[in-house]
Write a protein that binds this ligand. Structure first.
Ligand code: KG4
Ligand code: ZN
Length: 331
């Protein structure tokens, strides 16, 4: 079965062809990050318009690269949500238009399921069941995953998502957008003892998270300095304090989830999963307890079409009627 995947929920246009026999046959991505950078965040109207510009050339690219013909595809999977409405509408319209023209069924995929299953695209994929930590710009969730579609929520953020905390704290330090990679790089030069920032809910009895207090702590430190007086070393020290705090909380909650469920495999998905300090901390904590941690390939941590094509194909393997020739789509 050959599935075309289309991702357009935020600021990345992703197209991919996933074959259940041959694996990923082609994928193409265009990131709008540069365009949104000057505004300090994603501008929804600009995002939608850029998806319109990029999607068809990327579609042509994946067909050319894979050697597949349009009529070879069995279904078209598109990101149904969550995401920016206008941006989602571009991907779903293209999926439905193409489906109608080629007489192929379409299916809407939950964006988070795409992220959640993306580590299964790696060369050494985890077996079910596993614990998944989903850390993206919009979500922070801990889940027990017993199979495709068999997800049990164990805990989630009560306020900001981990990626959001990275981005907002980076903004407070005057770093660019998206702030995650920037604050992470700067933290490498910081003194770990300069600022001990709070680790919200580290010792709570549940598996929920809260990051807005950590962001406020960064704001307080910055204000106490007087914005203009922050030198590069101060910024690096604050970045280090922030990264150490958030990584500690994420690591501890993952270890608690594994301990509570008795599972041995941990899967990390979503943009923050690309974070080097988080990976190091999780690997060290897991090694001590004989757990194994699985990550998506770096290019599939952030939004991409491959994860949507893959999640669509997995859904269709379970239920071939999940894709329909019903082009009255919704997002
Ligand atoms: O999964 P994703 O691409 O989009 C959403 O579905 O939200 O995640 C984007 C988030 C952003 O907040 C970005 O700052 C963060 O992932 N991110 C990182 C890193 N790379 C991306 N955060 C920390 N360290 C990184 N290396
Ligand atoms: Zn995402």
């Amino acid at each position: 079965m050959l599935v075309l995947g289309i991702e357009s929920s935020c600021d990345e246009t992703g197209l991919a062809l996933y074959d259940t026999q041959q694996g990923l046959r082609a994928h193409a991505l265009y990131s709008q990050v540069k365009m949104h950078e000057e505004y300090g965040g994603v501008v929804p109207e600009l995002a939608s318009r850029d998806h319109i510009r990029r999607a068809i050339p990327l579609l042509e690219q994946v067909f050319a690269e894979s050697g597949a013909r349009r009529e070879d595809i069995d279904a078209i999977a598109y990101t149904q949500g969550p995401g920016l409405a206008g941006a989602l509408l571009v991907g779903s319209s293209i999926a439905c238009g193409l489906g109608l023209a080629l007489d192929k069924p379409v299916l809407g995929v939950h964006h988070l399921e795409g992220h959640l299953l993306s580590p299964l695209l790696a060369s050494d994929p985890p077996a079910f069941p596993f614990i998944a930590l989903l850390v993206s710009g919009g979500h922070t969730q801990l889940m027990r995953v017993d199979g495709v579609g068999r997800y049990t929520m164990l805990g989630e953020t009560l306020d900001d998502a981990a990626g959001e905390a990275f981005d907002k704290s980076a903004k407070l330090l005057g770093l660019g957008y998206p702030g995650g990679p920037a604050i992470s790089r700067l933290a490498e030069f910081g003194d770990p003892d300069a600022y001990k920032l709070p680790r919200p809910m580290l010792h709570s009895k549940n598996l929920d998270f809260s990051f807005s207090g950590l962001k406020t702590a960064v704001l307080t430190v910055v204000k106490n300095h007087g914005d203009a007086n922050l030198c590069e070393q101060d910024k690096a020290n604050i970045a280090r304090g922030f990264v150490d705090a958030i990584v500690d909380v994420l690591t501890a909650k993952c270890m608690n989830a594994l301990k509570e469920t008795g599972l041995k495999r941990l899967v990390i998905a979503g943009g923050v999963g690309a974070n080097r300090q988080l990976r190091e901390s999780l690997n060290a904590a897991a090694a001590k307890r004989r757990y194994k941690v699985y990550y998506p390939e770096l290019e599939f941590c952030t939004d991409n079409g491959a994860m949507i094509a893959f999640a669509g194909a997995m859904r269709l393997q379970i239920d071939p009627t999940a894709a329909k020739k019903d082009y009255a789509f919704n997002v």
